[in-house]
Design a protein around this ligand. Structure first.
Ligand code: ADP
Length: 361
């Protein structure tokens, strides 16, 4: 049972070398006892460094990490009561599964042989790897090796699990299955867990709460629905969701948001929210854009269909405002994506009416 607090945690690599890298800056996260927190963000944003500081594998430049209220900054890794599962599994190739799982216990505890044996057997049963106990890692599939790596963490009965992209070496199907299984296991064991991934889908499907990092800074911590419906900033809005949110650079004038090739009228309520901001970004999720029969609402627009990308159960329809000037700099100005049901026929190079509902912007 453990609560984990990161308080102003900062990491500067190469301090004083003249070649400093500010990898993690002033990160504050409070992780509840038994919580499954996912740390997500693009490659290089500081996820692994944060996890390694919690594990004690990396020193902390400033700030404090507390486990159940005790400062652990200076504690060596073995004294922290934390078990880490790596992407690479880090199994000993010359040892059997049983030896891999019992090794840490023999080294770091004074448990007798019978207790170690029964602890390993119990963990193996939970992970459904009992029949693999006498094999060596080279004789196992990737998914099986992943289970052994988990087993090695479980037998230690730690206060906290740290997992660094543990599923990224598995193929897509196995990964989806293991996500569910990991969640179930974590719920059963009720151990505080910090799980690192760069994959927003994995974060959204697994986490009780998600912490989004970008460029060493914490952008937002919240439930998957919080992040989805109430993103704290444009980075989170664009990072969460697939395909990602549509953004338009707009200017706010005369009760409208004027973008490249369109003008979007605002209700008085939204007008109040926008206030006296002039330059802003309008964002709408692809699944909130609908294609309607004809223009009946102020938020309906005649648009061109550029590309239709069939996804099976749905289509991603790439649209553009016909009046948008293609010479305006920016990322395809006036273009956006709508996700519509797969049964709906949309012809490429046709004209349709897209509705961008005001309650979704
Ligand atoms: P992530 O896990 O999100 O991909 P990392 O935590 O590995 O990101 O890296 C964060 C930043 O710190 C990156 O800019 C990376 O290049 C840098 N970094 C990581 N480890 C070291 C190191 N040992 N020395 C110098 N810079 C490092």
């Amino acid at each position: 049972m453990a609560e984990l607090n990161l308080d102003g945690v900062t990491k500067v690599f190469g301090e004083g070398s003249g070649n400093e890298v500010l990898a993690v800056e002033d990160v504050n996260i409070d992780i509840d006892d038994g919580e499954f927190l996912v740390l997500v963000g693009p490659s290089g944003c500081g996820k692994s460094t944060t996890l390694r500081m919690v594990a004690g594998l990396e020193s902390i430049s400033s700030g404090e990490i507390r486990l159940d209220g005790r400062r652990i900054n200076e504690q060596p890794p073995a004294a922290r009561d934390i078990a880490m599962v790596f992407q690479s599994y880090a199994l000993y190739p010359h040892m059997t599964v049983r030896q891999n799982m019992s090794f840490g216990l023999e080294e770091s505890t004074d448990l007798d042989d019978d207790t170690i044996e029964s602890t390993v057997t119990d963990a193996a049963a939970k992970l459904d790897i009992t029949e693999l106990l006498d094999r060596k890692p080279g004789e196992l599939s990737g998914g099986q090796q992943q289970r052994v790596a988990l087993g090695r963490a479980i037998v230690r009965d730690p206060a906290v699990f740290l997992m660094d992209e543990p599923l990224s070496n598995l193929d897509a199907k196995l990964r989806a299955g293991m996500r569910t299984e990991l969640q179930r296991l974590q719920e059963d064991l009720d151990v505080t867990t910090v799980y690192v991934t760069h994959d927003q889908t994995e974060a959204m499907t697994m986490g009780d709460r998600i912490a989004v990092l970008n460029d060493g800074q914490l952008m937002q911590v919240g439930s998957p629905l919080d992040l989805y419906h109430r993103p704290a900033n444009q980075f989170v809005a664009g990072f969460i969701g697939d395909p990602s949110m549509n953004f338009f650079s707009v200017t706010h004038e005369d009760g409208r948001l004027v973008g490249e090739g369109f003008a979007y009228p605002l209700s008085s309520e939204t007008e109040r929210d926008v206030g006296d901001v002039e330059d802003c970004v309008l964002g709408v999720r692809p699944e909130d854009v609908t294609l309607v029969g004809s223009e009946t609402d102020a938020h309906d627009f005649q648009v061109d269909v550029d590309v239709v990308e069939p996804m099976g159960n749905e289509n991603n329809v790439y649209l553009s405002f016909p009046d948008a000037d293609p010479d305006v700099s920016g990322d395809g100005p006036g273009t956006f994506v709508a996700t519509v049901g797969g049964m709906r026929q949309v012809e490429r190079e046709s004209t349709v009416v897209a509705r961008i509902p005001e309650d979704a912007i």
